[in-house]
Design a protein around this ligand. Structure first.
Ligand code: SF4
Length: 294
């Protein structure tokens, strides 16, 4: 953690790109060869407007939709153009569809998501049903459901668990990679009451756990408020905001330095800074400098 002397500003090490997002962005930039080649991404590569604008300038273009469900419209016949899968991953049917477009095909699915898909596939082959703790509208969950042989169910609450059909005694449970660890454990315990044989797999990714642990560390250091940087629609950023609030600290959710409420922040002498997995370093740096200058 990096701290300054006067008003204390503590920037956590886990702020910003996780390794899966960094890998996807690096792949896209490398494939575009400094803008020489068109790279299509199946939905927004990352949930950050400023970074998307930067990528667009490098000839990296989002097609399709956020959930990777709709047909994509290509605006070039350039034989060298590439279709790139995002870090969230996609369902097998979507993979077939994208490959059928006839472009070069590259896959930036985060290996942590790929491992979950592999486990679901394996369990589905053995006849297991799958319960996925996560948002059914999130592309990662939509993609993972595609590996459950039609026996997958996304749940977010106890009520969702209550509404599950009788799944027999071959059931596995996984979590979307960016969920809260405590919430997952609690819902897994609840599911176990109804289906005692459920196999619960630990699938919240290391980067997410680290980000959540760093918020707790800030609280333990006596932080008075936390600035959380990231897109308003970035699910993991919104989760960080709610985690800070769960610990009873005010959270300032901003996208860029321009959103800083300096008057409100001047009331605090110890301010933490964290950021979602899609927030580029250049934005975090600029917010950090602005906070030091409060
Ligand atoms: S949040 Fe975790 S699973 Fe998702 S891209 Fe980042 S490292 Fe991979």
């Amino acid at each position: 953690m990096d701290t300054t002397q006067e008003r204390e500003i503590i920037r956590v090490d886990s702020a910003g790109f996780c390794w899966g997002v960094k890998r996807a962005v690096d792949m896209a930039e490398e494939l575009s060869e400094s803008g020489q080649r068109r790279v299509y991404t199946d939905g927004p590569l990352i949930h950050n407007k400023q970074m998307m604008a930067k990528l667009t300038a490098s000839n990296i273009k989002e097609v399709g939709d956020y959930q990777s469900k709709s047909e994509v419209e290509l605006d070039t016949n350039d034989a060298s153009a590439v279709m790139l899968v995002r870090a969230h991953g996609i369902a097998p049917e979507r993979r077939e569809y994208l490959k059928s477009l006839g472009l070069k095909f590259k896959d930036a699915t985060c290996p942590d998501v790929g491992i979950i898909a592999g486990k679901l596939k394996l369990h589905a082959k053995k006849g297991f049903s799958a319960v996925i703790f996560g948002n059914p509208d999130h592309p990662e969950v939509i993609g993972l459901l595609g590996y459950t042989a039609g026996r997958g169910y996304a749940v977010q609450t106890k009520e969702d668990v209550d509404q599950l059909p009788d799944l027999g005694d071959q059931i596995c449970m996984v979590s979307q990679t960016t969920m809260f660890v405590d919430d997952y454990n609690a819902l897994a315990a609840y599911l176990k009451e109804r289906f005692p044989s459920v196999v619960v797999l630990d699938t919240i990714c290391g980067a997410t756990k680290e980000r959540q642990t760093d918020v707790l560390k800030l609280v333990e250091q006596g932080i008075e408020a936390v600035v959380v940087i990231g897109g308003k629609h970035s699910a993991n950023t919104v989760k960080l905001v709610s985690l800070v609030e769960r610990y009873g600290r005010p959270a300032f959710h901003i996208e860029t330095t321009a959103d800083l409420d300096c008057a409100a922040l001047r009331k605090y002498n110890k301010i933490g800074v964290t950021a979602g997995a899609s927030t580029p370093n250049f934005i975090i740096d600029s917010v950090y400098e602005a906070l030091k200058a409060l």
